[in-house]
Write a protein that binds this ligand. Structure first.
Ligand code: 6PG
Length: 252
């Protein structure tokens, strides 16, 4: 299955953070110029910490009109927001507490709820209210940041997990067998509705799976990153040299 995507290979993680920050600034500027605000979905894990820190640095902080930015998350671990594993906590420490974004513009996933279904429903309601959605409508974010695990998962869409089959919801709980835990995640249709999806991929551990995802057979249940194909948006992979080390079909 051929889909249109852009693959940008950069020298190292620092260059990845700079290019991602420049893309973030550019998308934010375009959206704010066009409609007065910018909606962005943050990714979790560890790779994005470098981007968030870069965005909060003197190099980039002033290039974003933070009062016009609205932050959301692509997924969250089922822990308290101050837990070391919390995606919210990582973004708060590296970005949110360092830029002038109004706290009411930060839409955290309430994943600490004991009732995971309730947590997902609450966040789905938040999205429907923010985007003024009618029943069945899907929100279109200006930018969705994603990472990819070395098993090909993205957000909390893990291989062969039940979340991969859910197309009628915006947000769902997903049991991750290998981690023996639940996660709360946006669903594939929401991610594919974005104006732009930007993957940030770094490190040689990702090289084998990145080659499978980009150059191998279309097996999205085994490699959920392959499900990500914006229906009317840009798909951009930014990978450093080590993560792209096994790619064979990249032009010079
Ligand atoms: C999470 C992320 C997850 C992450 C990948 C890659 O909650 O962990 O949303 O999908 O993006 O696991 O993580 P790294 O980029 O840190 O390797």
């Amino acid at each position: 299955m051929l889909i249109y995507r852009e693959i940008l290979i950069v020298a190292n993680p620092d260059e990845l953070n700079h290019r991602a920050a420049q893309e973030f600034v550019s998308r934010a500027d375009k959206a704010i110029q066009a409609k007065g605000f910018f909606t962005v979905v943050l990714s979790g894990g560890s790779t994005p910490r470098g981007l968030y820190t870069m965005l909060a640095s003197d190099l980039y902080r002033e290039q974003v009109s933070w009062p016009d930015v609205y932050l959301f998350w692509g997924d969250e671990r089922c822990v308290l927001p101050d837990h070391p594993d919390s995606n919210y906590r990582m973004a708060y420490e590296s970005l949110i507490c360092r830029v002038p974004i109004p706290k009411e513009h930060v839409y955290r996933i309430p994943a600490e709820h004991e009732d995971h279904t309730q947590a997902a429903m609450e966040y789905e309601h938040t999205l429907k209210a923010f985007f003024h959605l009618n029943e069945g409508e899907i929100p279109r974010f200006d930018l969705i940041l994603l990472g990819m695990g070395d098993d090909g998962h993205t957000a909390s869409l893990f291989p062969f997990s039940s979340a991969l089959d859910t197309t009628s919801r915006l947000v769902i709980p997903n049991y991750v067998g290998k981690l023996e835990t639940y996660r709360i995640t946006l669903t594939v249709p929401v991610i594919n509705q974005a104006a732009e999806v930007m993957f940030l991929i770094s490190g040689e551990l990702k090289a084998p799976v990145l080659r499978e995802v980009l150059e191998g057979d279309y097996q999205p249940r085994r490699l959920p990153t392959q499900f990500i194909q914006p229906v009317n948006g840009r798909l951009l992979f930014i990978a450093d040299h080590t993560a792209a080390g096994k790619l064979t079909q990249i032009g010079d």
